[in-house]
Design a protein around this ligand. Structure first.
Ligand code: ATP
Ligand code: MG
Length: 256
């Protein structure tokens, strides 16, 4: 059974794309077949995997979603890019236009889900890198996912932001009742301070004991910031580093 995980948080710069790349490649290294879907018109995921000018790509997730809206025939595998260890369905600026046209589309929340159903049999895991907003594309990602993983920057516990995100997840559960919260992932933590336990307790206090906070936390590491420029994962770039260890631990928790 393919597992579809949306990586979402409407707050910008919390580590969604970084988590998608390194969790995805971590899963691939354990032998799983993995597809990453860029669901952000900025194309950061596409860029991070080595396609540095996403706007020059001709076939992206935007095209396929457009074809579904317009009932056009298309080959769902066209445009899937092959990175060393994983596959990628890229995105670029065309996704912004698509988001506008979704407003009047029929079954507009489930267009991405329909695309994923066309390709999912080839993969064990499909990870969707969401944009920093709770608009229609993110709703599509949540409607298509089995679970959502929420990266949170440990220093700025975004209480209000979390409430909005959880409301959106609840909305998506009306369309997609099986959607669960896989967990909250603390990112960019500093080694000298150990906030996580405290923040985990605070989060659970606010949102209930059932909210899973991953034991793995991703340390702030310059090596992580460098990887995106090289189109490599942390596993390849810094195999013995703390951040690599952290993503390995996250992979274990996700596959448990
Ligand atoms: P957006 O909301 O714009 O999509 P995002 O949530 O996807 O952002 P990232 O792009 O993954 O966040 O990370 C934001 C920036 O922080 C990037 O420049 C990235 O390289 C850097 N970064 C991410 N995680 C870490 C980390 N653990 N240590 C150091 N830098 C990091
Ligand atoms: Mg991003």
């Amino acid at each position: 059974m393919t597992k579809v995980i949306a990586i979402a948080n409407q707050k910008g710069g919390v580590g969604k794309t970084t988590t998608t790349v390194n969790l995805g490649i971590g899963l691939a290294r354990k032998g799983y077949k993995v597809l990453l879907i860029d669901a952000d018109a900025q194309g950061n995921l596409t860029d991070a995997l080595g396609w540095h000018t996403p706007d020059e790509l001709h076939i992206t997730i935007g095209n396929h979603m457009h074809s579904l809206i317009e009932h056009e025939q298309f080959d769902p595998n066209e445009g899937i890019l092959h990175h060393d260890e994983i596959d990628l369905m890229p995105a670029n600026i065309a996704l912004s236009a698509l988001e506008v046209s979704l407003v009047n589309a029929l079954s507009r929340e489930t267009i991405l889900k329909r695309y994923i159903e066309m390709v999912k049999d080839s993969y064990d895991y499909i990870l969707i890198d969401c944009m920093p907003s709770l608009g229609m594309i993110t709703i599509n990602a949540l409607a298509a996912a089995d679970s959502v993983l929420i990266p949170v920057q440990a220093h700025y516990l975004p209480a209000k932001g979390m409430t909005q995100l959880l409301q959106t997840i609840r909305r998506a559960q009306h369309i997609n009742p099986q959607l669960t919260i896989q967990g909250v992932l603390m990112t960019m933590t500093d080694r000298c301070t150990n906030f996580t336990k405290d923040i985990s307790n605070q989060l659970r206090g606010m949102y209930g004991d059932h909210l899973n906070v991953f034991i793995a936390e991703i340390p702030r590491a310059i090596r992580i910031a460098e990887t995106s420029a090289y189109g490599k994962s942390i596993f390849e770039y810094d195999p013995k580093g703390k951040a690599t260890e952290a993503f390995e631990a996250l992979v274990e928790e996700v596959t448990e």
